[in-house]
Each structure stands twice: as C-alpha cells, then as structure tokens.
Design a protein around this ligand. Structure first.
Ligand code: HEC
Length: 278
C-alpha cells in the first residue's frame, strides 16, 4: 500500500504541469509508477496494450489464438506493395524514406517543426507527383504506416525531445494528457494511469505506457463497420468521444503534441506493428 502511494505521488508530480519541466524526470516517474503497480509486467511487454496486463490475460488467450492466422495479413501485403510501387516520378515511398529517421524516432523536429510519419508520407507523395492522402485516420494511410513501421519491429522507442519545437510539443501534450475534459470530465490519465488494469463498461483499461507502439492497429470493432485499420489519431478521437468531448482532427496541433508526449513516455518500449485489437 505504501508503495502504491509513492507511485501515485510521483505521477501527481508530473500531472502538476510545470512543477517538473524535466522530461527525463517525468519519464522516470511515469515508468516507475507502472513498475510499482504492475511489477510482473516488463517494460518490453507494454506494446501489447491490455494484453500486457494481468487483468487482460483471460482475453489474451483468445487474442493469441487469432494471431495464429492474423486477419490482417493480406492488407499488410497490400500496404507493402503500395510502399514499394513507383509513384508518378518513378520513385517509391521506400526510396523517399531512405533519408528519414527510423520509426522508433518519430515524431522528430526539422526546421523548427514537429514532423509526424503521416506528414512525411504526404510530403513524399507530393514531392513525387502524387496527391497527398486526405483521410489520416483509416484505410490507405494506416496501411502505408504499417509497411514503414513494421520494418523496425523490436526497435525501442527513442525520440529526441531536446529541440525547442519538440520541447514545446512535449509540454503541450503533457498538459493535454492530464487535463480533464468532456461531459464525463476525465483526463487521459484518469483512465490510463490511475485506473489502468481496471474495468470500465466491460472494457479493461490499458496502461498509458506503451500506447502507440503497436499502431496502426486492426481493430475488430472497426472491422464490423468495414474499416478495420486505424492510426493512433483515430484512436485519440475515439477516446475523446468516450468522455463526450469533441474529437479533434487527426494531425491537429493537440494530437501531434499528445503523440510526442506519449512517444517520449514510451522510451525503451519496442515497436510491434501492426497489432490486433478488440
Ligand atoms: C473513460 C476512460 C478513457 C479515457 C478518459 C481515455 N481513454 Fe483511451 N481507451 C479507453 C478504453 C476503454 C480503451 C480500449 C481498451 C484499452 O486498450 O485501453 C482505450 C484505448 C486507448 C488506446 C489504444 C491502446 C491500444 O494499444 O490499443 C489509446 C492509444 C488511448 N486509449 C489513448 C487515450 C488518450 C491519449 C486519452 C486522452 C485524450 C484517452 N485514451 C482517454 C478509455 C479511455
């Protein structure tokens, strides 16, 4: 019990915003908290969302069975084909990405701006004579992201937040993460930190740690509507709706900031792309 209180105090310190303007200290407090409440879960396992947690083990059995014949294999192959296909210029996205950072270092800063993978994909498409992709939540963008990111599976998250643009995004994302919103008046942390591993309306809540490292995901709930693939920002929108807050646009300033905060909190968690979710 005493340990638990210590963990909560450490997390409260991050949540106070500005008390610790030191990402490294935040990182230690955040990961330290999960280590205390889930001592049996190694850092490397957090890319599995709820299936990493003790409370998710029952569901994980069915999930593992499904993964023997993943429902997403054909789509993944299609994404890889698109990734390697020549664009109007004759070059492929694969060619264009030769000088880009590895997936575990996204988002990154360039010329004073925070660059996400979606932004780089669209910039490459434009530079090679193609129309940029408009739907940044589902479908083609997700398949292209899978094709890029899966090449780095096993690589541990290691984003650099030292650039001033990244620092600013980090602080904004952190603020967003701990701010209560919507009719239910819940922050991200209320569910994914303070109640991680607990049940809410029949769902087990995943830990905030590791979130994003398995994305894009193939989600059965989305598959029922014929659009199984989702980017991380699609999921952010869904979580905003859960608390009856207005979802923001994918690649909005706030969601990019949130992604930076989460990506930094995931330092050391290996990528595992794509993932299967309920
Ligand atoms: C009312 C509780 C609640 C709040 C508040 C909430 N979420 Fe969620 N979130 C869920 C539930 C339920 C799921 C599905 C089960 C799971 O994976 O945790 C989920 C899933 C996710 C996932 C997918 C995890 C994975 O690996 O599949 C991400 C990412 C996420 N939430 C991020 C956020 C962020 C960021 C916020 C704040 C903007 C937020 N959530 C706010 C309940 C919540």
């Amino acid at each position: 019990m005493k340990k638990m209180t210590l963990g909560l105090a450490a997390v409260a310190l991050i949540s106070a915003g500005g008390v610790q303007a030191d990402p490294k200290a935040d990182l230690e407090a955040f990961q330290g908290y999960f280590k205390k409440i889930f001592p049996e879960v190694p850092l490397e396992a957090y890319h599995d969302g709820i299936y990493a947690l003790p409370a998710g083990q029952e569901r994980a059995q069915n999930w593992k069975l499904l993964l023997d014949f993943p429902p997403y294999d054909d789509d993944v192959a299609k994404g890889e084909e698109m990734w390697n296909a020549p664009l109007k210029s004759g070059k492929s996205l694969a060619d264009c990405f030769k000088d880009k950072p590895p997936a575990n270092k996204y988002p990154y800063a360039k010329d004073g701006k925070v660059i996400t993978l979606e932004a780089d994909i669209n910039a490459c498409l434009k530079a090679n004579g193609e129309e940029p992709i408009k739907d940044l939540k589902k479908g083609k963008i997700a398949l292209l992201e899978v094709a890029f990111r899966k090449q780095f599976n096993g690589e541990k998250m290691a984003i650099d937040v030292s650039d001033p643009a990244m620092q600013k995004a980090y602080e904004e994302g952190k603020q967003y993460y701990w701010t209560k919103r919507g009719q239910l008046n819940f922050s991200c942390a209320n569910c994914h930190v303070h109640n991680a591993g607990k049940k809410i309306r029949g769902d087990t809540l995943s830990a905030g740690l590791g979130q994003g490292t398995g994305f894009p995901v193939f989600r059965q709930k989305w598959n029922n509507k014929g659009k199984p693939w989702g980017t991380l920002h699609r999921r952010y929108g869904g979580c905003n709706k859960q608390v009856r807050a207005q979802p923001l646009k994918p690649q909005s300033h706030q969601y990019i900031a949130l992604e930076v905060f989460q990506a930094y909190m995931n330092t050391g968690v290996p990528l595992k792309v794509p993932s299967l979710r309920q």
